[in-house]
Design a protein around this ligand. Structure first.
Ligand code: ZN
Length: 150
């Protein structure tokens, strides 16, 4: 197993066992229920936005496979304190990375530790698991509602 794969496994296991920000935010107008029917993952994202479009708090609940949960957990730790504009840029980059259209080793990006998920591009059935939290985040930014991965 390569170093990158080993690191990936460790992060997935860690965040699955001890998910960060795994709770509801009650008093917010920004939340969304995301569903990935292919795998059965259901992730709810809660978002609190401060003046200046800064993400003051972000959390998740739900159930799903290890990758969907680890991705949601890592996303919440990454986004706190970022602006909505920054979050949208990272969403685009994350999406491109898991589809194999962005190589974090050679191209500029703002993904930081999220590059750990580049491994899913080799497992097409897992791409939606890794992206679910991000799609649900975008839904929660815009409105309260539901989103389903097509
Ligand atoms: Zn899944």
């Amino acid at each position: 197993m390569s170093y990158q794969n080993e690191l990936y496994q460790q992060v997935i296991l860690d965040h699955n066992k001890n998910p960060r920000n795994f709770r509801e935010i009650g008093d917010t107008a920004h939340s969304c229920n995301g569903h990935n029917p292919l795998c059965g993952d259901k992730i709810n994202i809660y978002l609190k936005i401060a003046p200046g479009d800064v993400i003051e708090d972000v959390s998740f609940t739900g159930s799903g496979c290890a990758i969907s949960k680890a991705s949601a957990s890592l996303m919440t730790t990454f986004l706190k304190g970022k602006t909505l504009a920054e979050a949208k840029v990272v969403f685009e980059e994350f999406h491109k990375m898991v589809l194999g259209d962005l190589d974090p080793a050679t191209q500029q990006h703002h993904l930081g530790k999220l590059t750990i998920f580049q491994g899913v591009r080799e497992f097409s059935s897992r791409i939606k698991c890794a992206s679910l939290a991000w799609h649900t985040l975008i839904c929660a930014i815009d409105k309260t509602g539901e989103t389903t991965m097509e």
